[in-house]
Design a protein around this ligand. Sequence first.
Ligand code: SGN
Ligand code: CA
Length: 536
Amino acid sequence: MKPRRFTTVLMTSAFVAGVAQDAGAKSPASAASTVRDRRPNIVFIMTDDHAVQALSAYGHPVSRLAPTPNIDRIAKNGARFDNSFVTNSLCGPSRAAMLTGKFGHVNGFNQNGETFDNTQPTWPLALKEAGYQTALVGKWHLNYAPVGLKFDYWKVLDDQGEYYNPDFITEAGRTRVEGYATDLITQYGLDWLKTGRDPDKPFMLMVHHKAPHRNWMPAPRHLTRYQDVNFPVPESYFDDYKGRAAAARQEMNIYRDMYEGHDLKMTKAGSAELRYDPWKGAFGRMTPEQRAEWDAAYRAANDRINAARLSDRDLALWKYQRYMQQYLATVASVDDGVGQILDYLEQSGLSDNTIVIYTSDQGFYLGEHGWFDKRFIYDESMRTPLLVQYPGHIKPGTKVDALVQNIDYAPTLLQYAGVEVPQDIQGRSLKSLVEGRPPAHWRKSLYYHYYEFPGFHAVRAHYGVRDDRYKLVRFYGDIDAWEFYDLKADPQELHNRIDDPAYRARIGTMKQELERLRQQYRDDTPRKTPASQPQD
Ligand code: SGN
Ligand code: CA
């Protein structure tokens, strides 16, 4: 069945009555009219792989050493969601779920590299058809370009994008632009806000950063920002993966699987030449000046490590620090950019009538279990930041505990824009939750399904259920392994209790809940383990 388009409702008096809230003296929108569309503007800012541990509004010890004061402004001005999760912790599937409000098995996008069906209903297209001006700048990563969504303006990174001198794709083709990706994306967003749009229409701008995605290359101004900071090492850094068959088989270990040159920026002794760097493109595209500044910033620290003759364990700990220093330095540029956008909205008078959302396509491991990357249903990667401000509608400092998921973004934004939410959307609007009027019946559990195996980092396919205390998951493919966690007793998910008699009844209830969710969300994708494979 071809999915039907989102339909627009209430396009008349409710939204056009009265003087526009953003028609202040300094507003670029002020001159043309006094009576016009009052639907809220939307600025949707999404980063790639930004863990809540690295966003200081969430208060994690790591983030206290590398704060994000500008992103935190959104939480102060509005709401922080404390239990915000994704349906599948991977870039493309998360983006597709956000755009459609549907799980990957319904919207057709379950793994990176698949092609998103651009003709299906999405909330940006629905807003455009409802009269919004729409724009997208930055990472798209769902196929080449966001053509079917009919953005008034778009300028996207090519696939994953690069940090230095990235290629951007527009309707006119591909161009390499000198500069730093995060700063360029912020700039394109601001340019469009200032001069690119029709000021008499409500607008929706998506700012999609590459940062802090691998290979974590900071901007020149932040190269040494955290070089001397020692970040707290997670207790589970040297995890033995006991009782967790899939965790034991992954390939996303900081001390074993990171590339010393490409990822950790280690150089050969006495030289600026990188150690193992299988993808030369990231550094190869720097200008000689950029490269010279980079080399100068890393030389002393790299000389020290080359001279140190560390034990394997100390080298593993050093790699953690180097990883964190860089990851967090790429976040610093995002924070700068968010500050510029918020400043502009405030100074132009647009802020009062603009919803600002900050999120990421998923969480990330910052050394927990010894890992980088994501994919697993475990909390660090299933969780994703979600902050929302909307002055006058969301009280400053609001905290939302309810279980929410990235399929909820589409219905929320459709509702705020006054566009009817189609029946077949699988998420639920967060509007009343975030405005302090929790609905009588909210979901009690979340469904998750990760598919990409075999694939990068060797994380086995799995599906599971998480409620506010327990998590049940089944890994399948070349293994068949169930896991069960009591998140209250074991928040780090180190002790698989699947065979613990004390939890037998609870595991039974969770298995029923998992099947109920599979039916509710209509997930009948195959989940097979060949009979010949080990049943861990
Ligand atoms: C790249 C990364 C991987 C990462 C995937 C998916 N390698 O392939 O580490 O898991 O992207 O990330 S890299 O060195 O080429 O960056 S996602 O966010 O796009 O799903
Ligand atoms: Ca990602």
